[in-house]
Design a binder for this molecule. Structure first.
Ligand code: NDP
Length: 226
């Protein structure tokens, strides 16, 4: 049994991760925004703690860290994300929207990890898994979605830096591409179901240790090219 903190459990991959961990008997602290939808409502029970959090709210992130400073959190999953404005040479991007995408996808995972460090240090197997995307990979040149792509490329770098800093504390950290997943973000035509993706991500998190720290992986546990 472990305690997992997941950001963005209201829908999509975060909701499914929450469901799987609870079904195994793990404890989940899930952050959500706004109303608790019917699907999340059904998961409420003694092993689920829900905390309202907009990940762009710095004060709320600090409060979250303080609230759980004495709780051993074994696994933090930075899942909350936004796809951001389209953006290409032919399409102007609103700079505020681009910055918002950066805030949610890049800065918030860094800040959440920082804030929850005391809780992660309470655990003997503290780990951090951040949802990245193949769309942020520099390996393959592609066009469009420049805000989203840059935010995911940047979160990979930010987390790689953090992974080194967390090494003396024996806290392992990885970035994971969850596949192209049938969620609101991925759309109905995506390659894999949310269940398939989340099952893979849970397995990756189970196998995450110091030997794999700092790596960019796929939802199937393979190394993803940067
Ligand atoms: P969804 O759009 O289905 O869900 C996004 C989640 O993030 C929701 O719970 C949403 O909450 C939350 N969120 C967004 N903005 C904020 C915010 N400011 N504060 C708190 N929570 C927020 O996305 P997915 O489930 O598909 O994606 C999950 C992660 O996986 C993301 O990081 C995404 O970039 C990544 N990913 C997804 C892929 C896919 O194909 N689906 C492919 C590659 C990566 P709310 O309901 O309140 O909006």
């Amino acid at each position: 049994m472990q305690t997992v903190l997941i950001s963005g459990v209201g829908r999509g991959i975060g909701l499914e991760l929450c469901r799987i961990f609870l079904s195994r008997g793990d404890k989940v602290i899930g952050t959500y925004r706004g109303n608790i939808g019917a699907a999340l409502q059904m998961l409420i029970g003694p092993h689920l703690t829900l905390v309202e959090l907009d990940v762009t709210d710095n004060v709320a992130i600090t409060e979250l860290g303080n609230k759980f400073a004495d709780t051993a959190i074994d696994l933090l999953i930075n899942n909350a994300g936004v796809i951001g404005p389209e953006g290409s040479l032919a399409q102007d991007i609103d700079s505020q929207q681009w910055l918002h995408t950066f805030h949610v996808n890049t800065i918030a995972p860094f800040q959440l990890t920082q804030a929850l460090l005391p809780a992660l240090q309470q655990s003997s197997k503290g780990r951090v898994m951040t949802l990245s995307s193949q769309m942020g990979s520099l390996h393959r040149a592609t066009t469009g979605m420049v805000a989203y792509r840059t935010s995911k490329a940047a979160v990979n770098k930010a987390m790689q830096v953090l992974a080194l800093e967390l090494t003396p504390m024996k806290i392992a950290m990885c970035m994971v591409h969850p596949g192209w997943v049938q969620t609101d973000m991925g759309g109905a035509d995506a390659d894999i179901s949310v269940v398939e993706s989340a099952q893979g991500l849970v397995k990756v998190s189970d196998q995450l240790n110091m030997d794999r720290t700092g790596q960019f992986l796929t939802w199937q546990g393979e190394v993803h090219p940067w």
